[in-house]
Design a protein around this ligand. Sequence first.
Ligand SMILES: Nc1ncnc2c1ncn2[C@@H]1O[C@H](COP(=O)(O)OP(=O)(O)OP(=O)(O)O)[C@@H](O)[C@H]1O
Ligand SMILES: [Mg+2]
Ligand SMILES: [Zn+2]
Length: 431
Amino acid sequence: LIANLKQLVKTGSTLIVVEHDADTIRAADYLIEVGPEGGTRGGQILACGAPKQVLASDSPTAVALRTTTPLRAGEPRKSTTALKQRSARNARAASRAESGAWLELYGVTQHNLQAVDLKLPLRRFNVIAGVSGSGKSTLVRSVLLPAVRHALGLVAEPCSHFVRLTGSESLKRALSVDQSPIGRTPRSVPATFLGIWDEVRKLFAVSKDAMVAGFGASHFSFNAAAGGRCHVCEGQGVITHEMSFLPDVVQPCPACQGMRFEPETLRVRYAGMNAGEVLGLSVEEAAQAFQNHPKITRPLTTLLQLGAGYIKLGQGSHTLSGGEAQRLKLAAELTAGSKHEATLYVLDEPTTGLHQADVEKLIGVLDRLVDRGDTLVVIEHHPLVIASADHVVELGPEAGERGGRIIAAGSPQQLVKARTATAQAIQSLFA
Ligand SMILES: Nc1ncnc2c1ncn2[C@@H]1O[C@H](COP(=O)(O)OP(=O)(O)OP(=O)(O)O)[C@@H](O)[C@H]1O
Ligand SMILES: [Mg+2]
Ligand SMILES: [Zn+2]
């Protein structure tokens, strides 16, 4: 890919590439770093110039690239501890996998897949790797997930692109944690999606101000018509004008100035804040403000660990970036608590858009899903994610008609011995 990009430049084109990949960054003629962090903590140009100059600084990208360099030289690196811990867990879990708890899908033939037989250990971290166009998404998203969902009675339509499915009996749910948007209106916000707004409303309702005014918890909902929400914007905080043939024009509500509630609702304060101000807190600030309320802080802490602490509780979920939406879904899944049932999770390239440091955090969070008994199937190119898996299946050897077969399967340690593209990509991690 990099060679092709350089070719484009030779032909006189000017290229602007948005990328986290270390090799692409080093190959650039001119590097611009935006940051320093995500969301409101970013938005500045931190450095620009030749990669050599920028990467010699202490900017986040420079630091991240320096800590991953020894990885290429085969020297020990920071995350070896993570990998070591994992092999300990693998050893513990090995007997379980060998006892026959496998999910098996035989004779898959959609798109370029050539009668593929897929076998994945249940309650483990599975990665599907392979070059672009080899058939990963087809196998997992177009066939495996719909087939399991049908077998569990979650969807009516049968999936016809395979011969036989076994091992799904122990599962109760199967779902994709993807980057698709959450909702289409400002009615869903991280606070409602994570289920914490119900808890915050209860806290407001037992405050002295609310008792005196006679406001119950439902008064602090911005989605219920009967409550104390702003009547002008109906609790959305914004007024949306639909324009034919043009994007919608969104303006802050002139009555509540984006606070979403009527003035008498906003007079009620909890810990000095009104309901509108709580929605304006970032995840990080809210975790601090509600630190004595575990039902509220638990999902917030998970989002913090996923590097999304800067997201505002009241930001319309439809405005979140794909990666932010995916991390919010992951955090919501991890907070289901005791109601949780054995689940098959499918993730298609969850590291897209993530900085190196955040990739390690993501792996830690994915591990928690496996530790509580869920089955993970992650489509991924990132070497560290592949190396962290319990079981890797590689599709290939090439794209389209020349792909569509399973060319390697096993633990990452076993895979390294194969002479495949993925083996090469993770080799240095096991040196
Ligand atoms: N709807 C479709 N109709 C026909 N062919 C398709 C369709 N979707 C995908 N393909 C083809 O099937 C092959 C596998 O595609 P798939 O999307 O599964 O690859 P992938 O391994 O997920 O690639 P990437 O890493 O780029 O996401 C490709 O050659 C692709 O062109
Ligand atoms: Mg794909
Ligand atoms: Zn309003």
